[in-house]
Design a protein around this ligand. Structure first.
Ligand code: MTE
Length: 304
């Protein structure tokens, strides 16, 4: 793993200037320099003082070969092995529901309308492993604003691809397909919530949820739905796939919370991929400063 200094991570995990990001990754030998060709757009830099010392970028190999993507099978190596079974040509994302301007976007239209930014985020899976990932993408808030949600819209429902002919995992009822996730509208509008289309300065690999996925870094990884085809503004709280499968174990919020154990294991520690040692899990995965206000006055043991 490549060690970054506190300052690099502090700067990089939010709203980073693209040129600096590319230069840093290039300097670290993480990406080839030709990518610097697309550097040049500036983004506002808001350093986050709520950093974690000695944060290390997880290796690209681990991020792309230790995955959960049940559409391709339940083992961690299935998604990279069967990545070709995900067909992304002609992909469209329908943004609809309680809004004035429902729109179906092609990937080209999304790229034109919502230019990518680079973000380094901590990512914590509910199973206990964690990563630090350089994503690229755009804030979900920009996309939602463009369709003008009505005042009735309270939640956002995300639906992943449904293609049992090609995706062998969908031939088994491990999940009531397609994979569904949800956020409260204010969570969806938080500037940290990202629609990711890239990793390590490259297009998103199929096993990581190509061509477009959600990334919600203060929640357990399963909230970050992959290969999204539909985003719907709704009035009622959606029932996510994991709530449907095991309502006694998975609730709607699923914020990273070391003080609330999973029914079958503790959430106090995590093992960064590529590291032998465990470390303490942070409340809201370390993003409390940015998101704690969303849950003010809520009993997080009840709304876990
Ligand atoms: N999205 C879909 N459509 N299908 C899935 O099986 N798995 C979730 C989430 N998004 C999943 C999904 C889980 S459990 C995790 S931990 C993350 O994706 C894993 O993301 P990664 O493989 O890019 O690390």
């Amino acid at each position: 793993m490549t060690k970054l200094t506190e300052n690099q991570v502090t700067d990089e995990h939010l709203f980073l200037n693209r040129r600096e990001f590319i230069q840093k990754l290039t300097a670290l030998g993480l990406i080839a320099s030709p990518l610097a060709g697309y550097a040049g757009q500036n983004f506002t830099s808001h350093p986050n003082p709520n950093y974690q010392p000695k944060l290390s970028l997880t290796s690209e190999e681990d991020v792309t070969h230790y995955n959960n993507f049940y559409e391709m099978g339940t083992s961690k190596s299935d998604p990279s092995r069967f990545a070709d079974s995900l067909k992304t040509a002609g992909w469209q994302v329908e943004v609809t529901g309680l809004c004035n301007k429902p729109t179906t976007f092609s990937m080209d239209e999304l790229a034109k309308q919502f230019p990518n930014q680079e973000r380094i985020y901590r990512f914590r899976c509910v199973e206990g492993w964690s990563m630090v990932v350089p994503w690229s993408g755009f804030p979900l808030a920009s996309l939602l604003k463009s369709v003008e949600p009505t005042s009735k819209a309270k939640f956002v429902k995300f639906t992943s691809i449904d293609d049992p002919e090609n995706l062998k995992g969908q031939r088994f009822r491990t999940i009531d397909w397609p994979y569904v996730e949800g956020l409260r509208l204010d969570e969806a509008m938080n500037p940290l919530t990202l629609m990711a289309t890239g990793l390590y300065g490259k297009a998103l690999p199929n096993q990581n949820g190509a061509p477009i996925r959600l990334v919600v870094p203060w929640k357990y990884g399963f909230k970050s739905a992959k290969s999204i085809v539909k985003i719907e503004l709704v009035e009622e709280q959606p029932i996510s796939s994991w709530m449907h499968i095991a309502p006694q174990e998975y609730a709607f919020y699923s914020n990273v919370n070391p003080n609330v154990p999973h029914r079958r294991w503790s959430q106090a520690k995590e093992r960064p991929l590529g590291s032998f040692f465990k470390k303490k899990t942070l409340m809201f995965n370390g993003y409390g400063k940015e998101v704690a206000y969303l849950y003010k006055g809520m009993d997080l043991k009840k709304y876990y």
